[in-house]
Design a protein around this ligand. Structure first.
Ligand code: G3H
Length: 254
């Protein structure tokens, strides 16, 4: 648009999209590592994309994190969001309640005047507990709703940062280091080649569930996430990447 050509980011967007093999890159000015308002601008850009791409009654699965919380903060009603259901992509991952996907989906729904459903599962699950929980009728129903999502919106984190923030147990930390984990997105960890090296034990959207019909928006910025964003996009290039200038420049300089 007009704003983009004025700010000169359009060329950067095209180069970034080509480099990461994403259909579209949207870049906001600044570096969110340095200024928190930049994260809010990414949030604003994400809300705009959601309003353009969603239709009334669609289901949208949202992940957690501070970037997704910024998206929720910028949400507002729109005719395309009428009766849209916001659901968490996956269960708890050991984050503070403010940035859990359950909280984010309910905030988004309230601000968009839409609907939401919560996924009530504890953070640390044994395989045994998880297997039996997914058979509970309420959880089973919600998991099927999550799989019907038209759109998935998620953040990407730098692996070590995310593992530390979630107070990941020492054994897992060691294994993430050994396997050179570089990126994290909705509870999955990826190495630089985009291979999954670890998956947190929670229920919800599995990466295998993502089909080409689903519209995936990735929102992640800050120069510190350059390697993480690059690694994740090697796993599965998104339909839209919303990022900032700081990350975009650093990615192209890698
Ligand atoms: O799930 C969390 C994301 O991977 C990154 O979180 O937006 O707080 O950096 P963030």
């Amino acid at each position: 648009g007009v704003m983009k050509s004025v700010s000169g980011l359009q060329d950067l967007e095209e180069r970034l999209a080509r480099a990461l093999h994403v259909n579209q890159a949207i870049i906001v000015s600044g570096n969110s590592d340095r200024y928190s308002w930049v994260k809010k601008e990414m949030g604003r850009a994400c809300v705009q994309q959601m309003k353009e791409k969603l239709a009334p009654k669609d289901i949208v699965a949202v992940a957690g994190g501070t970037t997704l919380a910024a998206v929720a903060e910028m949400m507002s009603p729109d005719s395309n969001l009428e009766e849209v259901s916001f659901v968490p992509a996956r269960g708890g991952l050991g984050e503070k309640v403010e940035i859990q996907s359950n909280t984010i989906s309910s905030t988004m729904a309230q601000k968009a005047h839409g609907k939401y459903r919560l996924l009530h599962v504890p953070d640390q699950l044994s395989d045994e507990t998880r297997e039996s929980l997914i058979l509970e009728p309420g959880i089973k129903e919600l998991l099927s709703i999550i799989r019907q999502a038209k759109m998935v919106v998620h953040g990407v984190g730098e692996a070590e940062t995310m593992a530390a923030r979630r107070k990941t147990k020492a054994e897992t930390l060691g294994s993430l280091k050994d396997k050179e984990a570089a990126a994290e997105a909705f509870g999955y960890y990826f190495d630089r080649a985009g291979q999954i090296v670890h998956k947190e034990n929670t229920v919800g959207l599995q990466l295998d569930d993502l089909t080409n019909e689903q519209f995936v928006i990735t929102v992640a910025g800050g120069a510190s996430k350059a390697e993480a964003i690059t690694a994740y996009m090697k796993h599965r290039p998104s339909d839209v990447l919303i990022t900032d200038e700081g990350a975009a420049q650093a990615i192209l300089d890698l």
